[in-house]
Write a protein that binds this ligand. Structure first.
Ligand SMILES: [Zn+2]
Length: 447
C-alpha cells in the first residue's frame, strides 16, 4: 500500500507539502509556507494534518520559502528525522529561512500575532539537514528517494520515490528550458505516477531570443524616456540570470552604457552561493576559469543601507534590481515609492505575481497603491516579460509530461492557481489519454 496526501500547493502555488506513506514509514516532500496574500498566511498557524513526531524523513526539492518555510514549525512540533536536499539547496535554504525571520517578525508585530519561528528554530533545522548530490539515493524504511536536477533554481531537485515497486516522481518546481544559467531538467527513469507543478499550465512564455530582445527593447526605451528602470526580482535565479544577460548586452554594446544596481542583501548573498557552486551551472554559458558574478561590468552590489540610499543620486540612465519579487517587502518598495509616479520611469515584471500582492495590483492596472502608508499614484510605464520566469510554460510542461507518456498511470497537477492546474489536467486527459487530477488540500489517494 502506498498512500499519497496533498497538504499544500493543492490548487494554489504556495505551501508545498506532500506525505507519502506505506505500512511502516512516513516521508514528507517539502514543507513550505503558505504565502498568499501575506508573506505568512494565517493557514500556517493551523496544526499539521499529521503528527510531526511520526514523520521519518523530509526531502526538500529547493530553497524557496514556499517549499521550506514550515520546517521550523515541523521541528517545534516534534519532528526529529533527517532533512535531505542537494548541497546548494541546503545553503540557499539557510539563507532564505534566516532572512524570512525578519519579515515574519515585522508581519507578526503588525498583525499582533506570535512570530511563527525565530533564528534559533532555523538553526535546529540546519542541524538535521544533510546535503546530497544529484543522483544520490537515500533509503528510508522500504522506500528509496533519488534526486534529479529540476533546472528551476540552483540546486533544485525532482525527487523520485520508489515504494512498493512503484516509481513516483515529485517535480518540485521545474525550470524554464530557456534559462541559460542552469543545466535544465534532467532525464529520469520512467515514473508510474507524476506529481507535477503547473504554475503556468495555461500560459506560454516568450522564447530565448524573443525574451532577450524584449528586455533589450525595454532597457532602450527606458533610456530614451530618461527615467529609472525598476525590476522587482526574486533573489534566487532571476536576479543572477538578469545580471548576466544585461552585462552581456552591455559587453556587446547592444544597449547604452549604464549602471546596474543590485539593491538586495539577500540577492547578493544568494549570488555568493551561486558563485560557490558554479560547477552546478551551465559551463557552456559561464566560462569556468574566469567566471565571477562579482566582476560583471557596470554592476554595483548595494549591500548596506547607505549603498542603497546612494542609488538615488546615481546619474541616469540606471537599472535597479531589488527584492522582493512581488513587492511584498524589501528595498524595491523604496524605489517604487520614489518612481512609480514618474511617467519617465518603468517597472518591469519578470516573475509570477501572486494574487493580493502589491506587484499583482500594480501589474493588474491599479491607479494608485499605498506604500509605507503613503498613496502613490502609478504613472510610470509597465512592462511584463514572462520568459524570465523560472517555471516552464504550458508548452514545455506538456512536453515534459508527454516524454513519460508510455509509463504514466496518473498525473497530479499541483502548485498552480486552479485555472492553470485544471487547464493542464484537461490537456493531459484530452491529448495524452492519461488519468489526471488537480487534487484539493487534504486529499489522499492510494497508489
Ligand atoms: Zn520555486
Amino acid at each position: 500500500m502506498v498512500k499519497l496526501s496533498f497538504f499544500g500547493a493543492a490548487q494554489e502555488v504556495t505551501g508545498s507539502c506532500f506525505l507519502i506513506e506505506d505500512d511502516k514509514t512516513k516521508v514528507l516532500i517539502d514543507c513550505g509556507l503558505f504565502q498568499s496574500p501575506r508573506f505568512s498566511n494565517t493557514k500556517n498557524r493551523e496544526p499539521f494534518p499529521f503528527d510531526p513526531k511520526g514523520i521519518d524523513a523530509l526531502f526538500i526539492t529547493h530553497a524557496h520559502v514556499d517549499h521550506t518555510g514550515r520546517i521550523p514549525k515541523l521541528i517545534k512540533e516534534g519532528f526529529k528525522g533527517k532533512i535531505y536536499s542537494t548541497y546548494p539547496t541546503r545553503d540557499l535554504a539557510q539563507l532564505m529561512l534566516k532572512d524570512s525571520v525578519g519579515v515574519l517578525a515585522k508581519e507578526a508585530e503588525r498583525e499582533k500575532e506570535e512570530i511563527l519561528y525565530v533564528e534559533a528554530d532555523v538553526d535546529k533545522a540546519m542541524a538535521l539537514w544533510e546535503g546530497k548530490n544529484y543522483h544520490d539515493t537515500v533509503s528510508v524504511g522500504d522506500m528509496s528517494f533519488t534526486l534529479y536536477d529540476a533546472g528551476h533554481v540552483l540546486g533544485s531537485a525532482m525527487i523520485m520515490a520508489e515504494v512498493d515497486s512503484k516509481k513516483i516522481l515529485f517535480t518540485g518546481d521545474l525550470g524554464n528550458p530557456t534559462n541559460p544559467l542552469l543545466l535544465g531538467i534532467s532525464k529520469v527513469p520512467s515514473p508510474d505516477y507524476l506529481i507535477t507543478e503547473s504554475t503556468y499550465g495555461d500560459r506560454e512564455h516568450e522564447g530565448v531570443a524573443e525574451k532577450k530582445l524584449k528586455l533589450e527593447r525595454v532597457i532602450e526605451q527606458s533610456v530614451v524616456q530618461g527615467g529609472v528602470l525598476m525590476i522587482p526580482a526574486f533573489s534566487i535565479e532571476r536576479t543572477q540570470e538578469l545580471l548576466w544577460e544585461i552585462s552581456d548586452m552591455l559587453r556587446n554594446k547592444q544597449i547604452p552604457n549604464m549602471q546596474i544596481f543590485l539593491d538586495s542583501p539577500l540577492a547578493i548573498h544568494a549570488t555568493e552561493i551561486y558563485q560557490k557552486y558554479y560547477s552546478y551551472l551551465n559551463r557552456a554559458y559561464v566560462d569556468k576559469e574566469s567566471f565571477s558574478f562579482f566582476k560583471l561590468p557596470m554592476v554595483h552590489f548595494s549591500l548596506t543601507t547607505e549603498d542603497s540610499i546612494a542609488i538615488n543620486s546615481a546619474p541616469l540612465p540606471k537599472i535597479i534590481i531589488a527584492g522582493s519579487g512581488m513587492s511584498t517587502g524589501g528595498r524595491i518598495l523604496h524605489h517604487e515609492r520614489r518612481y512609480l509616479s514618474d511617467p519617465k520611469s518603468t517597472i518591469l515584471f519578470i516573475g509570477y505575481q501572486a494574487p493580493g500582492s502589491l506587484g499583482r495590483r500594480i501589474a493588474d492596472g491599479a491607479v494608485s497603491v499605498k506604500i509605507f502608508g503613503e498613496d502613490v499614484p502609478i504613472r510610470c510605464n509597465k512592462e511584463v516579460i514572462y520568459g524570465y520566469s523560472s517555471h516552464p510554460d504550458e508548452v514545455s510542461l506538456f512536453e515534459f509530461i508527454n516524454s513519460h507518456v508510455d509509463s504514466l498511470k496518473k498525473v497530479f497537477t499541483i502548485h498552480g492557481e486552479p485555472k492553470a492546474s485544471l487547464a493542464m489536467v484537461q490537456k493531459i486527459r484530452d491529448y495524452l489519454g492519461i488519468d489526471a487530477e488537480a487534487p484539493k488540500y487534504g486529499e489522499s489517494v492510494i497508489l
